[in-house]
Design a protein around this ligand. Sequence first.
Ligand code: NDP
Length: 295
Amino acid sequence: MTIGKIIDGKGFAATLRAQVAEGVAAFAEKTARKPGLAVVLVGEDPASSVYVRNKGKMTLAAGMESFEFKLPATIGEEELLDLIEELNADERIDGILCQLPLPKHIDEASVIAAIDPAKDVDGFHVVNAGRLATGQETLVPCTPLGCIMLLKDELGDLGGLEAVVIGRSNIVGKPMAQLLLAENCTVTIAHSRTRDIASVVHRADIVVAAVGRAEMVKGEWIKPGATVIDVGINRVVDTEDGKSRIVGDVATAEALAHVRAITPVPGGVGPMTIAVLLRNTLVAAHARAGLPRPE
Ligand code: NDP
């Protein structure tokens, strides 16, 4: 039995961060300033706090300026929108990221809409989503852009391949489908109302799972030789030792007997997300400075 390849997202992300750091140094030389990324965290969700801390560290490591705003969960929507306005106007800041999810009393859509699209390094603003959907150059959501980078690195030209994206969220599934379409794949989006999802997935040369259900995608669903990108991050408790661990949306051990290649969880898509965020900040800085988009 042949075993598929494990895609080294962690290694790819480290290379990408090093490229970004070079781009940052060149940008600073041309403009006499560093690109700046502002991250806003509302409340004390433990997972979000870890993400924000890592983002801050990696922003500094890439040679950029990092601005962190930690706000209490009780903050009002108006106050948050005022902060976003200040960040929009701040010349030192090229990228603004508001860590989701936000507390229930704050409307996420209003907050995303308040971010200047030129500084929307998460790519969630409707202007940037619209540009992506109409094939224009834009700031693309970090996780799906990281997935497409891994796929192109593994497969080269994706043209003509059958791709199935499981999940249709605005932050992963939908932009992922747009990016695959832009690469000339034949794209199907599966979701919770899809009938006979196993046979839909079995058609695919490329499977992207972005569901949030531990090991939902079984090995036998995968067409032999397919490439699988597992976006899911799910915490499960091991029945044997009672310890919790992180697994993806794909039953990786089973899938390895079928795939050409698969991203592991952790160590696959996750590290790419932050690396692409840094890259998007560098891209935004170039656009704001009137410089050509970096390679
Ligand atoms: P959402 O909860 O917003 O979307 C989940 C999608 O999965 C929905 O479209 C839903 O369908 C679909 N779905 C739910 N159950 C099923 C099912 N049984 N069969 C088929 N489809 C189903 O999640 P996100 O897109 O935000 O995130 C998805 C996963 O990716 C999560 O585990 C998240 O933690 C992870 N993630 C990882 C990142 C990373 O950096 N690695 C970044 C972002 C997310 P419907 O629309 O019909 O409800």
